[in-house]
Design a protein around this ligand. Structure first.
Ligand SMILES: C[S@@+](CC[C@H](N)C(=O)[O-])C[C@H]1O[C@@H](n2cnc3c(N)ncnc32)[C@H](O)[C@@H]1O
Length: 333
């Protein structure tokens, strides 16, 4: 996620113990790690969208260089002869070719490389490929990777009610990590809408991994280098770490309909009993809360939806109400 690369880098280090050659890019984090990282991050990472195995990263001058760089790679360890593949391409910068041209060039190079080493002509399937390659061109840099995740992990699968201004689950998780929320103290989201922040906070506190809600198989299981048994064992271990202790998490909103939706989302995520939902006003917290929060993480309404003057009044009212109720709390907005 652009702007939150360092949060994911920290999370990856926490999950894996350490990572090598860490480099933060724009919306991307590069690092080296043993193959287990592919399983662990796809199971546990809350701020990750997609994990790619990087096959190539280098500079180029024209499309021909992209073909040559791809053609030199060995795809036999990442695509089985009977599997189909697709290339998704993205391009940023000034070029005299399109991202479709990049995809076509890379696709042809993959077919040619595979044919040369195995005699098999790989099938292309753009709608439901077994293996998805991701080609990214930024200015004069070309990257090629394999998607080990499948659809983005921020689509957790527990959201049954969609608030009109719903926050991405991964952004909510990143905000909670920035706030230092680990389950100790009282977590408050005073403008919780559909409940994304308290739900992610409850999942973190109860050590319920995002993989608990994944629909379908992760893409890594299609890769010849992946060991399905190892993945399943690691998944079982992660799911077995869940704890059912009591935590102090409060989600508040002005509107009952949103709170009802938030409750449905929490129920769907299996954490309804971990969160207390309160209908109340964020500018008058003391009237609705018994205890002072230690961690306040919230995604208030923003300009597009509210007139500027109303927004100032809300922000000022909320901050002064919070300052008198919980002067020492950690706040992430
Ligand atoms: C951007 S939305 C939050 C979305 C939420 N993070 C989610 O993922 O669904 C902001 C929320 O603040 C609520 N809100 C606005 N003014 C409020 C106030 N004074 N007190 C409590 N909630 C308020 C709105 O009803 C809205 O649900």
């Amino acid at each position: 996620m652009i702007g939150l690369e360092d949060v994911f880098a920290e999370e990856a280090k926490q999950i894996l113990g350490s990572v090598g050659q860490l480099e933060l890019g724009k919306g991307r984090v590069f690092f080296t790690a043993p193959l287990e990282a592919m399983y662990e991050l796809n199971i546990r990472a809350r701020t990750l969208h997609k994990l790619f195995l990087l096959l190539h990263r280098g500079l180029f001058e024209g499309l021909r260089d992209i073909y040559v760089a791809t053609r030199q790679l060995d795809f036999t360890s990442v695509i089985k002869p009977d599997q189909s593949f697709a290339v998704r391409a993205e391009r940023v910068g000034q070029h005299d070719f399109t991202s479709m041209d990049v995809a076509a060039e890379v696709g042809q190079a993959v077919i040619d490389s595979y044919m040369a080493s195995t005699g098999v002509r790989l099938k292309v399937n753009l709608s439901e490929p077994d293996v998805e390659l991701y080609a990214f061109v930024r200015d004069n840099e070309f990257l090629l990777g394999i998607n080990t995740t499948g659809p983005s992990l921020h689509k957790r699968g527990y959201r049954v009610f969609k608030h009109p201004a719903a926050l991405r689950t991964s952004v909510a998780a990143a905000m909670l990590l920035l706030a230092g929320w680990r389950g100790d103290g009282l977590l408050l989201d005073p403008m919780c809408g559909g409940g994304t922040i308290p739900i992610e906070g409850a999942l973190m506190a109860r050590r319920i991994p995002p993989a608990a809600f994944r629909r379908g198989q992760p893409a890594l299981l299609s890769l010849p280098i992946a060991d399905e048994e190892e993945f399943r064992e690691r998944l079982e271990r992660a799911l077995g770490e869940r704890i059912d202790d009591i935590f102090n998490i409060v989600g508040m909103d002005k509107f009952r309909a949103y709170l009802e939706g938030a409750r449905r989302n929490a129920r769907s995520a299996g954490v309804e009993d971990t969160i207390r939902f309160v209908q109340g006003d964020a500018t008058d917290l003391a009237s609705y809360l018994r205890d002072s929060p230690t961690h306040v993480v919230t995604n208030p309404p923003y300009g597009i939806r509210l007139r500027l003057r109303g927004l100032f009044r809300l922000y000022r009212g909320f901050l002064s109400s919070l300052a008198s109720l919980a002067p020492g709390c950690r706040l992430v907005l």
